[in-house]
Design a protein around this ligand. Structure first.
Ligand code: ZN
Length: 161
């Protein structure tokens, strides 16, 4: 027998968690709407899927993200990812938010057992999108927009293409 029941079970759980989380956040996205007094914003466009999101942040004088919101339209994965992002980066410094994206990206590239599992559960679950490689750009769109908003790029729209 070459089956590895433990790994298979964990895989199934991970997929189920991913689906449930994406659906839940897509149905009732957190921090969806206009941010009054935003200090940083950027638009993210994923032409392959038609996702178009605008991320807005209020960053204080110490470089800490005080508020994060998003608006726009997109598929369930892009909306869920943006929703999770706005919760995940609130309270972080810009540098910490960038590091979080680096970890999340590594998880998408390498899988769940690469030592990046100190990430919060929603991000671990969201990384389940890597079973659908064509949708990874949907899951990272908001994160690229976050980078665009918080790096000094002149607020040009961020596109995945
Ligand atoms: Zn999409």
């Amino acid at each position: 027998m070459t089956a590895t029941p433990l790994n298979s079970a964990r895989q199934v759980d991970h997929h189920a968690l991913y689906r449930a989380l994406v659906l839940e956040h897509a149905r009732s996205p957190r921090n969806f709407g206009l941010l009054e007094n935003a200090s940083h914003r950027a638009e993210g466009i994923n032409p392959l899927c038609g996702d178009k999101l605008e991320l807005a942040f209020r960053i204080d004088d110490l470089g800490r993200i005080v508020d994060a919101t998003f608006e726009g339209t997109g598929c369930a994965i892009s909306v869920a990812s943006a929703s999770i992002l706005t919760e995940a980066v609130a309270g972080l410094s810009v540098a910490e938010a960038h590091a979080l994206f680096t970890h999340f990206q590594a998880l998408l590239d390498d899988g769940p057992d690469t030592g990046a599992s100190d990430l919060a559960e929603p991000l671990l679950a969201l990384a389940g999108v890597r079973q659908f490689p064509s949708r990874i750009k949907c899951a990272t769109l908001a994160w690229h927009a976050m980078l665009g908003a918080t790096e000094d790029t002149g607020n040009a729209p961020v596109t995945t293409e």
